[in-house]
Ligand binder design. Structure first.
Ligand SMILES: [Fe+2]
Length: 303
Protein backbone atom coordinates (compact mmCIF):
# COMPACT_ATOMS: atom_id res chain seq x y z
CA UNK A 1 0.00 0.00 0.00
CA UNK A 2 1.32 3.45 -0.82
CA UNK A 3 1.87 5.74 2.17
CA UNK A 4 -1.20 7.84 3.04
CA UNK A 5 0.89 10.99 2.92
CA UNK A 6 4.43 12.14 2.28
CA UNK A 7 4.32 14.07 5.58
CA UNK A 8 3.20 11.25 7.82
CA UNK A 9 3.50 12.85 11.26
CA UNK A 10 1.77 11.21 14.20
CA UNK A 11 -1.57 10.82 12.34
CA UNK A 12 -1.08 7.92 9.94
CA UNK A 13 -4.56 7.53 8.47
CA UNK A 14 -8.05 9.00 8.61
CA UNK A 15 -9.64 8.19 11.99
CA UNK A 16 -12.96 8.89 13.70
CA UNK A 17 -13.23 10.13 17.32
CA UNK A 18 -16.35 10.87 19.38
CA UNK A 19 -17.18 14.45 20.48
CA UNK A 20 -19.87 16.05 22.67
CA UNK A 21 -20.67 19.30 20.81
CA UNK A 22 -24.13 18.17 19.62
CA UNK A 23 -25.47 17.59 23.15
CA UNK A 24 -24.38 21.11 24.02
CA UNK A 25 -26.85 22.61 21.51
CA UNK A 26 -24.45 23.77 18.79
CA UNK A 27 -26.42 22.00 16.02
CA UNK A 28 -29.87 23.42 16.79
CA UNK A 29 -31.77 25.77 14.46
CA UNK A 30 -32.32 28.52 17.03
CA UNK A 31 -28.64 28.69 17.92
CA UNK A 32 -27.55 28.56 14.25
CA UNK A 33 -29.99 31.32 13.20
CA UNK A 34 -28.72 33.50 16.00
CA UNK A 35 -25.10 32.90 14.96
CA UNK A 36 -25.93 33.75 11.32
CA UNK A 37 -27.58 36.98 12.49
CA UNK A 38 -24.66 38.23 14.49
CA UNK A 39 -21.64 36.77 12.71
CA UNK A 40 -19.21 39.49 11.49
CA UNK A 41 -19.80 40.10 7.76
CA UNK A 42 -16.08 40.14 6.96
CA UNK A 43 -15.77 36.55 8.25
CA UNK A 44 -18.69 35.29 6.19
CA UNK A 45 -18.20 33.30 2.93
CA UNK A 46 -21.04 31.96 0.86
CA UNK A 47 -20.58 29.70 -2.17
CA UNK A 48 -22.75 27.88 -4.67
CA UNK A 49 -21.42 24.66 -6.13
CA UNK A 50 -22.42 23.18 -9.50
CA UNK A 51 -21.61 19.47 -9.75
CA UNK A 52 -21.17 17.91 -13.18
CA UNK A 53 -21.71 14.18 -13.79
CA UNK A 54 -17.98 13.62 -14.33
CA UNK A 55 -17.19 14.82 -10.82
CA UNK A 56 -15.95 18.25 -11.90
CA UNK A 57 -17.17 21.14 -9.82
CA UNK A 58 -17.62 24.82 -10.55
CA UNK A 59 -18.03 27.46 -7.93
CA UNK A 60 -19.91 30.72 -7.71
CA UNK A 61 -19.21 33.06 -4.83
CA UNK A 62 -21.93 35.10 -3.17
CA UNK A 63 -22.29 38.03 -0.81
CA UNK A 64 -23.98 37.96 2.57
CA UNK A 65 -27.16 39.75 1.40
CA UNK A 66 -29.89 41.11 3.61
CA UNK A 67 -31.58 37.92 4.81
CA UNK A 68 -32.16 37.34 8.52
CA UNK A 69 -30.35 34.43 10.14
CA UNK A 70 -33.50 32.30 10.13
CA UNK A 71 -34.19 33.07 6.44
CA UNK A 72 -30.61 32.35 5.48
CA UNK A 73 -30.82 29.03 7.33
CA UNK A 74 -33.91 28.14 5.23
CA UNK A 75 -32.07 29.09 2.01
CA UNK A 76 -29.17 26.83 2.94
CA UNK A 77 -31.52 23.92 3.73
CA UNK A 78 -33.29 24.32 0.37
CA UNK A 79 -30.38 24.91 -1.99
CA UNK A 80 -26.82 24.09 -2.96
CA UNK A 81 -25.15 26.63 -0.76
CA UNK A 82 -22.00 26.31 1.26
CA UNK A 83 -21.63 28.87 4.02
CA UNK A 84 -18.31 29.26 5.82
CA UNK A 85 -18.17 31.25 9.01
CA UNK A 86 -14.44 31.85 9.28
CA UNK A 87 -12.37 32.42 12.43
CA UNK A 88 -14.79 30.76 14.83
CA UNK A 89 -12.20 31.49 17.52
CA UNK A 90 -13.16 35.16 17.12
CA UNK A 91 -16.74 34.97 15.85
CA UNK A 92 -18.13 32.30 18.19
CA UNK A 93 -16.16 32.09 21.45
CA UNK A 94 -18.65 29.74 23.19
CA UNK A 95 -18.45 27.10 20.45
CA UNK A 96 -14.70 27.59 20.18
CA UNK A 97 -14.04 26.98 23.89
CA UNK A 98 -16.06 23.77 23.81
CA UNK A 99 -14.37 22.61 20.60
CA UNK A 100 -10.87 23.28 21.93
CA UNK A 101 -11.48 21.10 24.96
CA UNK A 102 -12.66 18.32 22.61
CA UNK A 103 -9.58 18.91 20.47
CA UNK A 104 -7.21 18.48 23.42
CA UNK A 105 -8.69 15.04 24.08
CA UNK A 106 -8.11 14.00 20.45
CA UNK A 107 -4.62 15.52 20.35
CA UNK A 108 -3.65 13.49 23.41
CA UNK A 109 -4.46 10.27 21.54
CA UNK A 110 -1.55 10.91 19.13
CA UNK A 111 1.77 10.75 20.97
CA UNK A 112 4.09 13.38 19.52
CA UNK A 113 1.31 15.60 18.18
CA UNK A 114 1.88 19.09 19.51
CA UNK A 115 -0.08 21.93 17.96
CA UNK A 116 1.06 25.54 18.04
CA UNK A 117 -2.00 27.26 16.52
CA UNK A 118 -5.65 26.31 15.95
CA UNK A 119 -8.32 28.04 13.88
CA UNK A 120 -11.78 27.00 12.82
CA UNK A 121 -14.63 27.55 10.43
CA UNK A 122 -18.24 26.63 10.98
CA UNK A 123 -19.64 25.16 7.77
CA UNK A 124 -23.38 25.15 7.06
CA UNK A 125 -24.07 23.32 3.84
CA UNK A 126 -27.04 22.38 1.71
CA UNK A 127 -28.11 18.74 1.19
CA UNK A 128 -26.65 18.61 -2.33
CA UNK A 129 -23.39 20.40 -1.72
CA UNK A 130 -19.90 19.28 -0.88
CA UNK A 131 -16.28 20.30 -1.00
CA UNK A 132 -14.29 19.52 -4.15
CA UNK A 133 -10.93 17.75 -4.11
CA UNK A 134 -8.43 19.93 -2.25
CA UNK A 135 -5.87 19.91 0.53
CA UNK A 136 -5.34 22.11 3.55
CA UNK A 137 -1.80 23.23 4.37
CA UNK A 138 -2.43 22.17 7.95
CA UNK A 139 -3.75 19.36 10.10
CA UNK A 140 -7.55 19.15 10.31
CA UNK A 141 -10.15 17.83 12.74
CA UNK A 142 -13.64 17.89 11.23
CA UNK A 143 -16.24 17.95 14.02
CA UNK A 144 -19.51 16.81 12.50
CA UNK A 145 -22.66 18.21 14.16
CA UNK A 146 -25.65 17.60 11.91
CA UNK A 147 -26.67 15.66 8.77
CA UNK A 148 -24.48 13.04 7.13
CA UNK A 149 -21.32 13.52 5.15
CA UNK A 150 -19.20 11.18 3.10
CA UNK A 151 -15.53 12.12 3.27
CA UNK A 152 -12.95 10.77 0.83
CA UNK A 153 -9.33 10.97 1.98
CA UNK A 154 -6.46 10.31 -0.44
CA UNK A 155 -2.73 9.69 -0.04
CA UNK A 156 -0.67 12.89 0.06
CA UNK A 157 2.01 11.58 -2.28
CA UNK A 158 3.32 13.24 -5.44
CA UNK A 159 0.76 11.48 -7.65
CA UNK A 160 -2.22 12.85 -5.70
CA UNK A 161 -0.67 16.07 -4.43
CA UNK A 162 2.08 17.47 -6.68
CA UNK A 163 4.50 19.63 -4.75
CA UNK A 164 4.37 22.35 -7.41
CA UNK A 165 0.61 22.70 -6.79
CA UNK A 166 1.18 22.78 -3.04
CA UNK A 167 3.54 25.73 -3.52
CA UNK A 168 0.91 27.64 -5.49
CA UNK A 169 -1.72 27.07 -2.79
CA UNK A 170 0.59 27.91 0.11
CA UNK A 171 1.69 31.10 -1.68
CA UNK A 172 -2.01 31.94 -2.24
CA UNK A 173 -1.59 32.11 -6.01
CA UNK A 174 -4.58 29.82 -6.44
CA UNK A 175 -7.39 28.40 -4.29
CA UNK A 176 -7.00 25.06 -2.53
CA UNK A 177 -8.47 22.99 -5.34
CA UNK A 178 -5.84 20.80 -7.00
CA UNK A 179 -5.97 18.54 -10.09
CA UNK A 180 -8.30 15.59 -9.61
CA UNK A 181 -8.64 12.37 -11.57
CA UNK A 182 -11.37 9.72 -11.12
CA UNK A 183 -8.48 7.20 -11.02
CA UNK A 184 -7.74 8.48 -7.51
CA UNK A 185 -10.90 6.80 -6.20
CA UNK A 186 -9.15 3.44 -6.00
CA UNK A 187 -6.80 4.97 -3.41
CA UNK A 188 -9.43 6.73 -1.29
CA UNK A 189 -10.26 5.98 2.31
CA UNK A 190 -14.05 6.59 2.52
CA UNK A 191 -15.68 7.60 5.80
CA UNK A 192 -19.38 8.21 6.48
CA UNK A 193 -19.57 10.82 9.21
CA UNK A 194 -22.45 11.02 11.68
CA UNK A 195 -23.27 13.81 14.14
CA UNK A 196 -21.15 13.39 17.25
CA UNK A 197 -18.15 12.11 15.28
CA UNK A 198 -14.95 14.00 14.55
CA UNK A 199 -12.65 12.97 11.71
CA UNK A 200 -8.95 13.65 11.42
CA UNK A 201 -6.44 12.64 8.75
CA UNK A 202 -2.70 12.95 8.04
CA UNK A 203 -1.34 16.45 7.60
CA UNK A 204 -1.80 17.70 4.01
CA UNK A 205 -3.81 14.65 2.87
CA UNK A 206 -6.06 15.66 -0.05
CA UNK A 207 -9.78 15.09 0.49
CA UNK A 208 -13.26 15.85 -0.80
CA UNK A 209 -16.67 15.82 0.83
CA UNK A 210 -20.18 14.99 -0.34
CA UNK A 211 -23.26 15.58 1.79
CA UNK A 212 -25.24 12.37 1.50
CA UNK A 213 -28.78 13.38 2.38
CA UNK A 214 -29.49 16.37 4.57
CA UNK A 215 -28.53 19.85 5.62
CA UNK A 216 -25.11 19.57 7.28
CA UNK A 217 -23.31 21.46 10.01
CA UNK A 218 -19.62 20.89 10.75
CA UNK A 219 -16.85 22.70 12.53
CA UNK A 220 -13.64 22.32 10.56
CA UNK A 221 -10.70 22.98 12.85
CA UNK A 222 -7.27 23.30 11.34
CA UNK A 223 -4.04 23.31 13.28
CA UNK A 224 -0.35 23.89 12.72
CA UNK A 225 2.53 22.04 14.29
CA UNK A 226 6.12 23.25 14.05
CA UNK A 227 6.67 20.62 11.35
CA UNK A 228 3.78 21.91 9.22
CA UNK A 229 4.78 25.52 9.82
CA UNK A 230 8.36 24.90 8.65
CA UNK A 231 7.13 22.90 5.67
CA UNK A 232 4.67 25.62 4.64
CA UNK A 233 7.41 28.22 4.88
CA UNK A 234 9.71 26.11 2.73
CA UNK A 235 6.93 25.64 0.16
CA UNK A 236 6.39 29.41 0.05
CA UNK A 237 10.09 30.08 -0.49
CA UNK A 238 10.16 27.43 -3.22
CA UNK A 239 7.18 29.11 -4.90
CA UNK A 240 9.10 32.39 -5.01
CA UNK A 241 12.21 30.65 -6.38
CA UNK A 242 10.17 28.86 -9.03
CA UNK A 243 8.53 32.14 -10.10
CA UNK A 244 12.06 33.44 -10.76
CA UNK A 245 12.99 30.54 -12.99
CA UNK A 246 14.80 28.46 -10.39
CA UNK A 247 13.90 24.79 -9.98
CA UNK A 248 13.89 24.37 -6.18
CA UNK A 249 14.76 21.19 -4.31
CA UNK A 250 11.74 19.19 -3.23
CA UNK A 251 10.85 19.80 0.41
CA UNK A 252 10.49 16.01 0.66
CA UNK A 253 14.28 15.73 0.54
CA UNK A 254 14.98 18.46 3.10
CA UNK A 255 15.88 17.77 6.68
CA UNK A 256 14.74 20.01 9.49
CA UNK A 257 17.61 22.57 9.40
CA UNK A 258 17.08 23.19 5.69
CA UNK A 259 13.30 23.43 6.16
CA UNK A 260 13.87 25.86 9.03
CA UNK A 261 16.18 28.02 6.90
CA UNK A 262 13.59 28.14 4.08
CA UNK A 263 10.86 28.94 6.60
CA UNK A 264 12.96 31.85 7.92
CA UNK A 265 13.44 33.04 4.34
CA UNK A 266 9.69 32.87 3.78
CA UNK A 267 9.05 35.16 6.76
CA UNK A 268 11.35 37.77 5.22
CA UNK A 269 9.91 37.28 1.72
CA UNK A 270 6.35 37.72 3.00
CA UNK A 271 7.34 40.83 4.89
CA UNK A 272 8.87 42.22 1.72
CA UNK A 273 5.66 41.42 -0.17
CA UNK A 274 7.46 39.66 -3.01
CA UNK A 275 4.57 37.35 -3.84
CA UNK A 276 1.24 38.98 -3.02
CA UNK A 277 -1.86 36.82 -2.74
CA UNK A 278 -3.94 36.54 -5.90
CA UNK A 279 -7.02 35.55 -3.93
CA UNK A 280 -8.10 39.08 -3.01
CA UNK A 281 -10.96 40.64 -4.92
CA UNK A 282 -12.84 37.45 -5.72
CA UNK A 283 -15.90 38.16 -7.85
CA UNK A 284 -19.28 37.76 -6.15
CA UNK A 285 -21.96 36.25 -8.38
CA UNK A 286 -25.13 36.04 -6.30
CA UNK A 287 -26.83 36.71 -2.98
CA UNK A 288 -28.84 34.02 -1.20
CA UNK A 289 -32.62 34.15 -1.74
CA UNK A 290 -35.42 32.13 -0.19
CA UNK A 291 -37.45 30.32 -2.84
CA UNK A 292 -34.96 30.85 -5.69
CA UNK A 293 -33.70 27.72 -7.44
CA UNK A 294 -30.60 26.51 -5.52
CA UNK A 295 -31.24 29.20 -2.92
CA UNK A 296 -29.25 31.71 -4.96
CA UNK A 297 -30.73 34.95 -6.25
CA UNK A 298 -29.05 37.27 -8.74
CA UNK A 299 -26.62 39.68 -7.18
CA UNK A 300 -27.81 43.27 -7.39
CA UNK A 301 -25.32 45.64 -8.98
CA UNK A 302 -23.21 47.07 -6.23
CA UNK A 303 -23.26 50.83 -5.80
FE1 LIG B 1 -10.39 20.67 3.75
Amino acid sequence: MSPRTRYAGPIQKAQVHPHGLVQRGFAEDAWLAEVLDRYPAELFDINLYDFADDGQVSLRTGARGELSGAELLEAIKAGRLWVNLRSVERGCPDLWAAAMSEFRVIEARYPGLKTVTNAGQLILSSPKSGAPYHFDAAGVVLFHLRGRKRVFVYPGDEAHLPERDMEQVVARQTTEEIPYSPDFEADAQVIDLEPGQALTWPLYAPHRVRNTEAFCVSLSMDFQTWDSRLRNGALFTNAVLRSRGVSPRSTDRMRRPELAARWAASVALKKAGVMPSRLAGFRRDFTPMVGAPDGAGTLQAEA
